[in-house]
Design a protein around this ligand. Structure first.
Ligand code: GUN
Ligand code: ZN
Length: 437
C-alpha cells in the first residue's frame, strides 16, 4: 500500500452551508488530516487519527490552521500585470488598460510567461482552483491549461469571445470564435484537472449571433461551463440596453442565447432588478461577487442579503486585474466592508463558505475540491493566524480576554490577513515549493 501522511494542526472545513444550519462546519482544535496518493483519506481529532493510522509519516503544523484551498470563481489571468492602474470606471479602464494588455497575448511566449506568474501568485495566496478568463487568442488558453497541468492544479478557463467593440487585434468572428472554442474544448476539457469555460466577454463585446453560437456550443458540450459579466456598471447597462432594444433587461440578452444555466457564472450582478435576480436563482446560475474590483472601479455595492433572500448562489472572487488583490483573505475582508455599507455584517463563516465548499458545490465539483470529504483531492492550505506583529498582538489580546474562539481567530485572518499568512500549500498532496517561485 502506498504511503499515508498525517498532517497535524487545527483542522477546519465545511460540510454544508452556514446559511442553512449553524453546525455546518467541522473544527478539530488539535486535529489531523490524513492523505494518501494525493487524496483525502480521513480527518478528525489527532489522538483518534494517530491511533487509527499508526505507521505513517507525520507532519506537524500544530497551532496552524489546515483548511481546503481557496476557490476563486472569477479572475482574468492576462490582467495580472495591470492590477491597480489608476483611472475611471469600467468602460474607460477596459479601453485604456485592459485591451492594450490583452493584445500582447498574441505572443505565445508572453502568454506562457504570464501564465506561470499567475499560477504561482494564486498558489502563494492559497488559491488552489479558479475559473479564469484568458484572452481572445486560443494560444493564451493553451498556455494557462499547460501551466496548470504542470502544477496538477484544478483549472477552469476559456477563450474570450469578442466580435465587436474592441481593437482589431482582439476580435474574432462568430465562426472563428466558435471553431476555436470547439477545438479547445476537444483538446482540454476534462484533460487532467482542466475544464473548459465558454467565455463570451459580455454583451457589449459580442453580437447576438456570437452569443447564440456560445449557447449552441454549450448545448453540444453540456458539461462545459459558461462565464460572462452582468450588470456591473451603470453605463455598461445603458449601452447594452441600447444595443439590444428588444430585450426588457440585461439578463434577457443572455437568456435568449441559452446562456443562463446551472453551469453559468455571472461576474458582478450589482444592479440587477428583482426579476433578474429571481430568474437567475430559478435557473440555478451562479453569481461571482468581486468586492475589491467593485470598490476599485466604483461599480457599486452588491447586496448580498438580498441575493441570499432570493436564493441566489453567490460566491466570492477577486476579479484581478480590476480586483486589487490575489488574496481571498483580502477579498473576504473587503466583502465584509461592502456588506457593512449595506447594513449586513456578514459572518466570516458565510465568506469562507463562498470561497471553499460553496464554490465547489455551485460548480458541481464538490466530489473533487472544497472540503476534506474522503476521496476529495488533497488541495489544502496551512494558515498562520499570527504572521505579523499586529496579528500576534491581536491574538494575544484574544487569549488574555477569553475571546480565543474559532470565529475570533478567523475574523482576524479575514480582516488583517493576506499572502503572509499562507505557510504552506498542497496541491493533490504535493507541497508547493515557494522558494522556487
Ligand atoms: N466586463 C467586461 N470585461 C471585463 C473585465 O475584463 N473586467 C471587468 N471587471 N469587467 C468586465
Ligand atoms: Zn471580470
Amino acid at each position: 500500500m502506498s504511503k499515508l501522511t498525517v498532517y497535524r494542526g487545527e483542522v477546519f472545513d465545511f460540510m454544508d452551508s452556514p446559511l442553512e444550519r449553524e453546525e455546518a462546519y467541522r473544527y478539530f482544535p488539535d486535529g489531523a488530516l490524513v492523505v494518501q496518493e494525493g487524496e483525502i483519506v480521513d480527518c478528525g481529532p489527532f489522538q483518534e487519527m494517530d491511533g487509527r493510522y499508526a505507521d505513517c509519516e507525520r507532519v506537524d503544523y500544530s497551532g496552524k490552521l489546515l483548511m481546503p484551498g481557496f476557490i476563486d470563481s472569477h479572475i482574468h489571468y492576462p490582467q495580472a500585470e495591470i492590477i491597480g492602474m489608476y483611472g475611471k470606471q469600467l468602460l474607460d479602464w477596459l479601453n485604456d488598460y485592459t485591451f492594450p494588455a490583452e493584445q500582447a497575448f498574441a505572443s505565445p511566449e508572453h502568454a506562457d510567461k504570464v501564465a506561470h506568474f499567475f499560477i504561482r501568485e494564486l498558489l502563494r495566496n492559497g488559491t488552489t482552483a479558479c475559473m479564469a478568463y484568458a484572452t481572445v487568442h486560443p494560444a493564451s488558453v493553451a498556455a494557462l491549461f499547460s501551466v496548470a497541468s504542470e502544477y496538477n492544479m484544478c483549472m477552469l478557463a476559456g477563450k474570450v469571445l469578442m466580435d465587436r467593440n474592441a481593437p482589431a487585434g482582439l476580435t474574432d468572428t462568430v465562426e472563428s470564435g466558435e471553431s476555436e472554442s470547439r477545438s479547445l474544448i476537444e483538446r482540454w476539457h476534462g484533460k487532467g484537472r482542466n475544464r473548459y469555460v465558454i467565455t463570451p466577454r459580455f454583451a457589449l463585446s459580442c453580437s447576438s449571433e456570437q452569443l447564440a453560437a456560445a449557447g449552441r456550443l454549450h448545448k453540444q458540450y453540456p458539461d462545459t461551463y459558461i462565464q460572462t459579466h452582468l450588470s456591473e456598471n451603470k453605463n455598461e447597462i445603458a449601452n447594452t440596453l441600447s444595443l439590444f432594444p428588444d430585450c426588457r433587461d440585461y439578463l434577457e440578452v443572455y437568456e435568449r442565447a441559452g446562456l443562463v444555466t446551472d453551469r453559468s457564472v455571472f461576474g458582478h450582478c450589482i444592479h440587477l432588478s428583482e426579476s433578474e435576480s429571481r430568474r437567475l436563482a430559478t435557473a440555478g446560475s451562479i453569481v461571482a461577487h468581486c468586492p475589491t474590483s467593485n470598490l476599485f472601479l466604483g461599480s457599486g455595492l452588491f447586496d448580498m442579503q438580498r441575493a441570499n433572500r432570493t436564493g441566489l448562489q453567490t460566491l466570492l472572487a477577486t476579479d484581478v486585474g480590476a480586483g486589487t488583490s490575489f488574496s481571498m483573505l483580502r477579498t473576504m475582508g473587503e466583502a465584509y466592508k461592502v456588506q457593512q455599507l449595506n447594513g449586513y455584517p456578514m459572518s466570516v463563516f458565510e465568506s469562507l463558505y463562498k470561497c471553499t465548499l460553496g464554490a465547489a458545490k455551485a460548480l458541481h465539483l464538490d466530489d473533487e475540491i472544497g472540503s476534506f470529504k474522503p476521496g476529495c483531492k488533497a488541495d489544502f492550505i496551512v494558515l498562520d493566524y499570527a504572521a505579523t506583529p499586529l496579528q500576534q498582538t491581536r491574538m494575544e489580546y484574544l487569549r488574555r480576554n477569553g475571546k480565543w474562539t474559532l470565529e475570533g481567530k478567523l475574523f482576524g485572518l479575514q480582516t488583517l490577513g493576506d499572502d503572509r499568512n499562507v505557510r504552506a500549500v498542497y496541491v493533490r498532496g504535493k507541497k508547493m515549493n515557494f522558494s522556487s517561485f
